[in-house]
Design a protein around this ligand. Structure first.
Ligand code: SF4
Ligand code: SF4
Length: 86
């Protein structure tokens, strides 16, 4: 897991973000991008019980809203009314 996948990650730009806990600047990927022991999974479709069958591009099926539809696994779910953490 990477900082980028953590609930405490605040995106700053396309290369880096900040940790809301320790206030460190952390990279999205590459060197030093691995998560720390305080990692908490971010609210994303990939972490939702209503997400299934992702293809090789991370596009899967959402069954948590009024109509079944496709969605990206990386979609931010912080405002989704159907989000249910796995
Ligand atoms: S809690 Fe750990 S894994 Fe999460 S953003 Fe902060 S340093 Fe990264
Ligand atoms: S219910 Fe919301 S968070 Fe869950 S898979 Fe569907 S769109 Fe994503």
């Amino acid at each position: 897991m990477r900082h980028y996948d953590c609930k405490n990650y605040i995106n700053l730009d396309c290369e880096k973000g900040m940790c809301a806990l320790c206030k460190a600047i952390v990279p999205i990927d590459g060197e030093n991008s691995n998560a720390c022991p305080k990692f908490k999974p971010a609210d994303k479709c990939s972490n939702c019980k209503n997400f299934s069958k992702p293809d090789k591009y991370g596009i899967g099926i959402c069954t948590g809203l009024e109509k079944e539809n496709w969605t990206y696994s990386s979609m931010n779910a912080c405002t989704c009314s159907g989000y249910e953490a796995r």
